[in-house]
Design a protein around this ligand. Structure first.
Ligand code: SAM
Length: 231
């Protein structure tokens, strides 16, 4: 199936509410555990001097989990949608874990034009993550240009996204499964996202072509792709 692009930002109120209502916690916890495992294996400790950045943070589900896991690090969530950032701020304020979120803040900005100084003048990014963002970016070069601009040679990158189904029939099956537990807005967004995603082969070829082969990419549970390593 060919890739079909979808709009980058999720900025309609209905879309944001539908996304925020869904429960993605199982995948989110798995992602945090994966990152934690990598850091432990590589003897990396995220203390108060460290900066963690979550690109395309949406309502802050993963950003909050990062902050709770590493409460001494500074955590910044970035999203281009004002509506998403408003909700992320609201979620932070009403979180039962508010005391662990003291070092968490949000910025509303387009990742394509971000510069390191827009995030912090003092700290280099130790951990740069994103979840379900890559497929939103119309031209994939712009996503990797952003990683390149924000990363130092110490930055650990972790980016998870959907994998494009092999054909329309498989995409429709996944859409129908999503419809069993979610409303039409979220189901249609999910279907568009599946069609806008990449395949493992496309990402691998892209990393090779752009000489980014220090980044690894693997397939997870047949539905996701994870890119990790240093740029
Ligand atoms: C599917 S949501 C994922 C949200 C969050 N990462 C999560 O896992 O729950 C994708 C988010 O990326 C944001 N986004 C898409 N393109 C962007 C861009 N160019 N700059 C900043 N944010 C962007 C959207 O507004 C949306 O909030």
């Amino acid at each position: 199936m060919e890739r079909t692009v979808e709009p980058e930002l999720m900025d309609s109120k209905d879309q944001v509410i539908s996304y925020a209502k869904a429960d993605f916690s199982e995948g989110e916890n798995k992602f945090i555990n994966q990152i934690n495992y990598y850091l432990i294996k590589n003897n990396i400790n995220l203390n108060e001097n460290e900066l963690i950045v979550d690109l395309g943070c949406g309502p802050g589900n993963i950003t909050e989990k990062l902050s709770i896991k590493w409460p001494r690090a500074t955590v910044v969530g970035i999203d281009g949608s004002e509506e998403m950032i408003r909700l992320a701020e609201k979620n932070k304020k009403s979180s039962p874990n508010l005391s662990l979120l003291k070092n968490l803040s949000y910025i509303c900005a387009d990742i394509k034009s971000l510069k390191p100084c827009d995030i912090s003048l003092e700290k280099k990014i130790s951990l740069l993550v994103s979840n379900s963002l890559i497929h939103h970016i119309t031209y994939i070069d712009e996503f990797f240009n952003c990683l390149d601009k924000l990363s130092s040679n110490q930055t650990i990158n972790f980016h998870k996204d959907l994998k494009r189904p092999i054909d329309e029939k498989s995409a429709l099956e996944l859409r129908d499964k999503c419809a069993e537990t979610n409303n039409d807005i979220l189901t249609n967004d999910y279907y568009s996202s599946l069609k806008a995603s990449y395949t493992l082969k496309e990402l691998k070829n892209f990393l090779l072509e752009k000489k980014l082969s220090s980044l690894e990419v693997f397939e997870e549970d047949d539905q996701y792709l994870v890119i990790y390593g240093k740029v």
